[in-house]
Design a protein around this ligand. Structure first.
Ligand code: SF4
Ligand code: SF4
Length: 71
């Protein structure tokens, strides 16, 4: 469960993480994207790769990042 949350100061609510997550970890309240089902995260990091704002998605730094899938 490396995805801890979304930094509200950085997030621009572009929706990309919400759209790309294969596990539907993210939820929305209006335009606001948030981490709704952290326990379902499978650590693919597609959300972080697709996010246009560095550091907007807060990742558990205690775990090393695996090599992302090649798509
Ligand atoms: S790391 Fe993968 S499974 Fe976890 S929230 Fe991001 S896109 Fe979803
Ligand atoms: S992809 Fe990044 S900037 Fe866009 S909604 Fe998700 S956390 Fe916010």
């Amino acid at each position: 469960m490396p995805i801890l949350g979304i930094d509200r100061e950085k997030c621009i609510n572009c929706d990309k993480c919400y759209q790309i997550c294969p596990m539907d970890v993210f939820g929305k309240i209006g335009r606001l994207v948030y981490v709704a089902h952290q326990e379902d995260c499978m650590c693919c990091f597609l959300c972080d790769i697709d996010c246009p704002v560095t550091g907007a998605i807060i990742i558990d730094g205690r775990r090393s990042r695996p090599i992302p899938f090649p798509y």
